[in-house]
Write a protein that binds this ligand. Sequence first.
Ligand code: NCD
Ligand code: ZN
Length: 380
Amino acid sequence: MTTLQLPGLIDAHVHLREPGYTYKEDFYSGTAAALAGGVTTVLDMPNTQPPTATPDALAAKAALAAAKAVCDVGLFVGAVNTMPIQHVTDGYLPVAQQACGLKIYVSETFGSLRIEELGPMHALFRTWAEKAAETGYRTPENPSGIGPIAVHAEDMMLAVCLNLSHLYDVPLHIVHVSRRSEIELIRRAKERGLPVTCEATPHHLFLSTEDVSHLGTRGDMRPKLATPDDVAALWENLHVLDIFATDHAPHTLTEKQSDAPPPGVPGVETMLPLLLTAVDEGKLTLEQVIERCVTAPRRIYGLPQQADTTVQVDIEKPYTLADAAQLCKPGWTPFAGRRVVGRVERVTLRGRLVYEAGKVLAEPGSGQVLFQQKIGANRG
Ligand code: NCD
Ligand code: ZN
């Protein structure tokens, strides 16, 4: 067997659904699936129930993750549109340093976190910049700084967010870029020196509108799958894409087959084989994968190093991705049927064997919840 050894991957965009939707996923099942995908750190999104938008909600979520996670977890706080703006800003600002970043939804999404007016958007950027003036942004040298603002901003909203980031000098991370116009605008912003980074998902890199007819609602997510020309634009602008992240958004098959199917697809288990298959096909280099799945997310979010952490992958035997092999709760993948190379055989986290040959060996709670020191200090 030809074995490749990689560092543990970071998936900077996952929805682990706890609290509120644990029938879809929870901190154990989602992080177990992450290990099966060679991922040893995940950054969890705030669109849970309740949303991660207050100090209490963040502390409660951190406690759940600490008890159940088998890989390391960072938690986003989210801006909510249901409270007066004073609440919004007072709500998450006191715990900004315990979050990996602030997530703002400005385009259509699952859940109720969407912000649609300039008033709250402006206040969010202004107050984040004010907080950063106190704490600085998080880097390895400044671990108690705050992270970037991450936005789900499609189409015209992208231009709004780039402008707010520019006006307040707030580092902006654009999640799941999917359209030619978007990646080209981000390229322009970077050329102009704006503090902007971005990510693309495997489904926007490896699927397109041409797949919608055979995938049905299994191919429905936000942003929706894009045209082959949009997909080509992402590949042409690989140098503009800082991160590959999955937007692992588990929903049950029953929900996906219902009259009102929620958008989103699982992904944390299939990213590495899809990327290694692209390496095999000469579309990417291994160095580009490691830069986008380890180095860049660590730099952008200021994540700590994981000592003695490795992923061993069999890159010899091709195999077919299948629903039945998925460890995530919904047990399906939009990539079922695809031939890939790159099967995760073994994962070691901080010197301990945590995953081997399809089995998770780590104890629930052995994963670390990042950036929580201050919460402990406040309580103590
Ligand atoms: C996500 C979800 O289900 O939480 N769905 C999706 O289609 N991407 C929400 C999101 O990331 O917008
Ligand atoms: Zn998402």
